[in-house]
Design a protein around this ligand. Sequence first.
Ligand SMILES: [Zn+2]
Length: 219
Amino acid sequence: MRTLLCLLVLLLMGAETTLFTQAPLRDPNEFATQSAANEYGLKVLKPIIDKKSEDPSESPALRRRLELLQKAGAERKIWFHFSPTYYFEFRSTAAGLSRNKEGRVILTIFTPVFREYSQHTTKAEFEDYVSLVFAHEVIHWELGESGEFPHFGRSTPEQQMLGEAKAWAITVRSIVRQRLNQGRRQQRRAVYLSELLTMLKDDATNPIWLEQFRDPNWR
Ligand SMILES: [Zn+2]
């Protein structure tokens, strides 16, 4: 009997160890629950949007996009989803627009990307990053609303590439350059795109520019 008990205990311990080692390791930047991600969105990200939408040191182009986002959110034209995890396909994806079954436009914010970024930057750089990501998504939304590009999720990979190229051209010209002129440190990718577009004489239809957006990892 005693042997049996010991065996049982060993088996249980074994089961526990197996369960423990097989559980996927959560990235420390990911949130354990949806409500924790919501809290991060509302307490960390939203105040930055509110602050930047009224910041006179920012370009009118950025402020207008953030105001539009606040308005579209209040009018339920855009719904926010604060994802507690990274995007399953690309770890660098910070945000993305999609349409759900009910036809609602959903702006998904991959909160771990922001938490990760905040660990390597100053507060000012982080606020610049957050506001740029949100403004860029609003530019996508505007392009969809105006009918210039098919709405998110309904376009071919080629159209997505063209839409991205256009959205980044607007982002660079109207937001990134002003910040660089002010001597503010920007995300490496944004600086690279800004320099490239200058080199291409601001021609956003240049094949070299379009090629930058073929890889969906960089949208
Ligand atoms: Zn984009």
